[in-house]
Design a protein around this ligand. Structure first.
Ligand code: NAD
Ligand code: MN
Length: 511
């Protein structure tokens, strides 16, 4: 039963509040820094930027163009061109990493650590430029790239710099005092939702453990990773230790197929992850996979609802919902369902969609037209299946660019497509439950197992529920909290292996 004194959206008090929120006028607060961007970028191989192979001779019409554009999703304009790395380019990068490996692995560990500290500090020094680039290239709000992506990327290098000369303490199972050996050349493939941060998650532990790397950023967001290549040059990182090969899925495939790669670390979709697992099987290559998710966010009736609503908002609208661990399935205890939905509507109406370079913006541009189409497809699907769409209409959307208003669906059945499949956009499916047992069963009823949120005032319930959720991460009375000391990774179709913390080091050593 709802408390009769609790204001809801239909009560006059709340309506006034909702209206006043949506009517607030903000003075625009555009970001003023405009980083220099070259017209085109080559590949970073053996410590140098090089043209992709074959770009010197005129490629015939049947051949691949050597460069492709990176688009600003908020304006649809081309920012610059980047190289489409071929199998020959990947081969050159792997060779450079192979040649660099023995010396890098043999370097005194504290010297390796010093390089990582330098990279971390340089990321901090160039933070503003990196944040603006991240926002221009990927569409995320400057507030997020500035306060989350870039500082966390630096934090990952700092954290792993500290591990470099302490690895012999990291694995008590290995022979006493012995530092575990690195794997060799690591091929690392990352997605577009947290470009620099994902590069840091991949490179920092690999380098700390003494491996060398070939990293492929996603095709829509290569720019900050290319700046990271510049930073590697600035700090004097020995050539070949980090190589960056831009390009699309075919470039990634060439890296996965390369016979001289010892380990593949992949973050991306479950579909591509499965393909990579098949290719790598039987080759002796080590493999870690960070894949998709459909994470539950569970609100019990005894939770502080206002806090929980903040957690719901953070869980699904952070980074336009382009978050593998997004709290995209909301489970609310039936007794507080109406109240939660009323509060959620009001809070959602206060979110501002628009220019990602404006510091007031909460929800930026969808990363690509393809992703926008995917999200729209799911919204249509949700309606067709009979769920009810609630969409915030507060913001006036810009004419150009890829935009999606924040929304949630009520009347969702566990069998609905929008409750089962990953949407990867600002669209939430709201479901309900009566008992803790039902919450656990419903939350676990998914092929994924990346993260979960539990909101309750009762410590005993936290333990009881959290220990039964099949998820790599369970957040308690919070959501989407990231820290380099804390391992991140999935169960089931969300992948295997951990990134961050002590557990993350395990993926980069022989032990
Ligand atoms: P994607 O799988 O299409 O692409 C990811 C990367 O793999 C890109 O760099 C792409 O170029 C490359 N790639 C594509 N096909 C390939 C192939 N056959 N062989 C090798 N590489 C290939 O995914 P996406 O659309 O870029 O990213 C969205 C997905 O990533 C979502 O499903 C999301 O859940 C997942 N994701 C997971 C995590 C995590 O840590 N678990 C983090 C971020 C994103
Ligand atoms: Mn782009």
């Amino acid at each position: 039963m709802m408390n009769p004194h609790t204001p809801t959206l239909s009560s006059p008090h709340h309506l006034d509040f909702a209206t006043s929120l949506t009517q607030w006028e903000y003075a625009p607060a555009p970001e003023s820094v405009r980083p220099e961007i070259a017209e085109r970028y080559g590949l970073f191989i053996n410590g140098q930027f090089v043209e992709p192979q074959g770009s010197d001779r005129a490629r015939s019409a049947s051949e691949e163009p050597a460069y492709f554009p990176s688009i600003n999703p908020a304006t649809e304009s081309t920012i610059c061109e980047v190289a489409q790395g071929s199998a020959a380019d990947v081969d050159a990068a792997v060779q450079a990493a192979r040649e660099a490996f023995p010396a890098w692995a043999a370097l005194p560990a504290k010297e390796r650590g010093k390089y990582l500290y330098r990279i971390a500090r340089r990321i901090q020094e160039r933070a503003r430029e990196l944040a603006v680039l991240e926002t221009i290239d990927g569409g995320k709000p400057i507030r997020e790239s500035r306060d989350i992506d870039i500082p966390l990327a630096a934090a990952h290098f700092f954290y792993h710099a500290g591990w470099a000369d302490k690895l012999r303490f990291a694995f008590p199972g290995s022979r006493a005092g012995e530092t575990p050996a690195p794997l060799g050349v690591c091929g690392q493939i990352i997605p577009w939702n947290f470009p620099l941060l994902m590069a840091a998650w991949k490179l920092a532990p690999a380098l700390a453990c003494g491996n060398t790397c070939v990293l492929k950023p996603a095709e829509t967001t290569p720019l900050t990773v290319l700046r990271l290549a510049e930073i590697c040059q600035e700090v004097g990182l020995p050539k070949g230790v980090v190589n960056i090969v831009t390009g699309d899925g075919r470039t990634g495939e060439a890296l996965v197929n390369h016979p001289d790669v010892n380990k593949i670390a992949f973050t991306g979709s479950t579909a591509v992850g499965k393909k990579i697992a098949t290719t790598a099987a039987g080759t002796g290559k080590r493999l870690t996979l960070e894949l998709g998710g459909k994470s539950p966010n569970i609100i019990f009736e005894d939770a502080s609802l206002d806090q929980a609503v903040e957690g719901i908002i953070e869980g699904i609208y952070f980074n336009q919902g382009h978050v593998c661990c997004a709290g995209s399935r909301l489970f609310v205890q039936e007794s507080v369902l109406d109240e939660t939905i009323a509060k959620l509507k009001v809070r959602m109406a206060s979110l501002r969609v628009g220019d990602p370079l404006d510091k007031n913006t909460d929800i930026g541009a969808i990363n690509s037209r393809t992703q926008l189409n995917t999200i729209k497809h799911y919204i249509d699907e949700g309606r067709a299946e009979g769920a009810e769409l609630h969409e915030s209409t507060t913001s006036v959307l810009p004419d150009a660019g890829y935009w999606c208003r924040p929304s949630f669906f009520t009347g969702v059945q566990p069998s609905h497509t929008i409750a089962r499949e990953e949407i990867f956009g600002p669209v939430l499916a709201v479901l309900s439950f009566r008992t803790p047992e039902e919450a656990i069963t419903r939350a676990n009823n998914t092929p994924y197992g990346l993260a979960a949120g539990v909101w309750t005032d009762k410590g005993s319930k936290i333990f009881e529920v959290a220990s039964k959720l099949k998820a790599g991460i369970v957040w308690l009375n919070t959501f989407n909290k990231f820290d380099p000391t804390s391992p991140f990774g999935g169960f089931k179709e969300s992948g295997f292996g951990r990134e961050g913390g002590l557990h993350g080091l395990r993926g980069y050593v022989r032990c």
